[in-house]
Design a protein around this ligand. Structure first.
Ligand SMILES: Nc1ncnc2c1ncn2[C@@H]1O[C@H](COP(=O)(O)OP(=O)(O)OP(=O)(O)O)[C@@H](O)[C@H]1O
Ligand SMILES: [Mg+2]
Length: 247
């Protein structure tokens, strides 16, 4: 479903070129929940931004269901971003002047769909994530965990091929984080949603099927969850300890 093939990305500052992604390769299968971890500056957000079509890459290829992202023009990119991808950000990015329900409906409003249809869809998602009872509230009146579950519902409104999330639990306490990860897991179970999530939080990552660990712009290793979340968490913590120790 998502293939990243020998991806290279560098930033030019002044007359210097700085290689941020160097030969990154991996795949994400349909219905998989995959996390990306790694030290600060290892290139996680850059990788996510390339997949999001926010920034161009230098070499290699990203394909989303057989569509090569480098082959798209600006119009096609806007279409992919609205129809094929769903986004969840660390700081929620909700519109404070709209209710929770209206925020969830935004992607459909952009596509000018009929109101009745979009409300039905929004209600189903909001019920699934336990936020239907706050449908009429405004973002400043709800908790961080509720805000992020609203953002996950919004990201799912157009039935995206892939959800991209950059530190979705970064601003949340552990209880709220669990509720947000729970929303991703529920979407995976009932809608077969594919999610690709950057996180610093090993506990959140331990719920995923697989964790890709980045180091210095490369894939350092991949860990697979073989069924026991507790064992997976221990494995993750061990690898990260070695990484942070510089071994
Ligand atoms: N627009 C930019 N121009 C120049 N350099 C950049 C730019 N964006 C990021 N970088 C550099 O690229 C490297 C990777 O940055 P990136 O944001 O991808 O790291 P990250 O793994 O997401 O880190 P963090 O865990 O702190 O969020 C860093 O050294 C950063 O300073
Ligand atoms: Mg980052």
């Amino acid at each position: 479903m998502l293939k990243v093939n020998h991806l290279y990305k560098s930033y030019e500052t002044g007359d210097k070129s700085y290689d941020v992604l160097r030969d990154v390769c991996f795949e994400v299968k349909e219905g998989e929940f995959v996390a990306v971890m790694g030290p600060s500056g290892s290139g996680k957000t850059t990788l996510l931004n390339c997949i999001s079509c926010f920034i161009p890459y230098n070499k290699g290829e990203i394909t989303l269901r057989d569509v090569r992202l480098s082959s798209l023009d600006e119009k096609d990119i806007a279409k992919v971003r609205n129809e094929k991808l769903g986004f969840v950000f660390q700081d929620f990015m909700l519109l404070d002047g709209l209710t929770v329900l209206e925020n969830v409906c935004v992607p459909k409003v952009i596509r000018r769909e009929a109101y009745g249809q979009m409300e039905k869809k929004a209600k189903a998602l909001m019920n699934m994530f336990g936020i239907w009872d706050i449908a009429g509230k405004y973002p400043p009146e709800i908790s961080g965990g509720q805000k992020q579950r609203t953002a996950v519902a919004r990201a799912l409104m157009n039935d995206p091929l892939l959800i991209l999330a950059d530190e979705p639990t970064g601003n949340l306490d552990s209880r709220a984080s669990e509720a947000v990860i729970g929303a991703f897991l529920e979407a995976q179970k009932t809608l077969n949603t594919t999610t690709f999530m950057v996180t610093h939080d090993s506990f959140s990552a331990s719920w995923c099927d697989r964790v890709i660990i980045m180091r210095d712009g490369r894939v350092y290793t991949e860990l697979i969850n073989r069924g026991s979340r507790k064992i997976f968490l221990e494995e993750l913590l061990n690898v990260l300890k070695v990484l942070n120790g510089g071994e």
